[in-house]
Design a protein around this ligand. Structure first.
Ligand code: F6R
Length: 243
């Protein structure tokens, strides 16, 4: 894994946006895997800024988001559909029918998972997957203990993830208890992975990722077995990691 060190969150985000833009500009067709959460917000902001200033086109880009809560409507401000629209899709010229996010309101959720994987396959897999890192090592909503070979599936969120995500809701009881997520298997099939890590609260997780064992109890550890991973991390996340 290649680690790029940045001074702070802003610089991490700028570098991540440049990394993504580089792929967009050098490909005639690109399938991007996208993450939500706090970490990539500023990256999306820089991509939107680039669009305003340089009109980088997204007509040839297709996106697949990692996950979505079960039970939230697309119009719910806490849904990942809403987040993506607000921070990114509405700011660039990506055709709506080229943006995919699991449907957490699907009548048949198992079928939704199966079809999501089929759709990714139909697009010949993900060229570049953007990831954030959970404090307990989760990626997507793949919580500790998730089998490394799983594809898109339904998860029960752990208390630590519910608590971490409660900051986006008015009340912790409003945080959905289940989600649909691309599995570790789906993520590992991406041709390239860009992991963004920022802040002291991710310090321990980054240390474990870089120096710990590969273990299903720490899902991100499997990234050590992927041949094309770049980590962009800021100083706060890197402190005490021996880098
Ligand atoms: C988001 C996602 C999650 C987050 C992770 C870190 O789509 O899949 O795995 O990347 O929970 O979240 P933040 O960036 O809020 O610390």
């Amino acid at each position: 894994m290649k680690v790029i060190r940045t001074k702070n969150y802003q610089e991490m985000s700028k570098m991540a946006a440049e990394f993504i833009l580089n792929k967009i500009n050098s490909s005639s067709k690109l399938t991007l895997g996208l993450a939500t959460g706090g970490t990539p917000v500023q990256t999306y902001h820089y991509l939107a800024q680039d669009y305003r200033e340089h009109q980088t086109s997204y007509q040839h880009v297709t996106t697949f988001n990692l996950d979505e809560y079960i039970g939230l409507a697309k119009s719910d401000p806490n849904s990942y559909h809403y987040y993506m629209d607000k921070h990114f899709f509405s700011k660039v010229n990506i055709p709506t029918n080229q943006t995919f996010i699991p449907n957490g309101l699907a009548e048949n959720l198992e079928m939704e998972c199966y079809e999501y994987d089929e759709l990714i396959k139909k697009h010949h897999g993900i060229d570049l997957q953007i990831l954030g890192l959970g404090k307990n090592g989760h990626v997507g909503f793949n919580e500790p203990g998730t089998a490394f070979d799983q594809h898109t599936h339904i998860v029960e969120l752990t208390n630590s993830t519910i608590q971490a995500n409660a900051r986006f809701f008015n009340d912790i009881n409003q945080v959905p208890k289940r989600a649909i997520t691309m599995g570790i298997g789906s993520i590992m099939e991406s041709k390239e992975i860009l992991l963004l890590v920022s802040g002291t609260e991710k310090n321990e997780a980054l240390n474990k990722l870089l120096h710990g064992e590969i273990d299903e109890q720490f899902p991100a550890s499997i990234l050590n077995q992927h041949e094309n991973v770049t980590i962009i991390a800021d100083e706060d996340a890197i402190i005490n990691t021996n880098l």
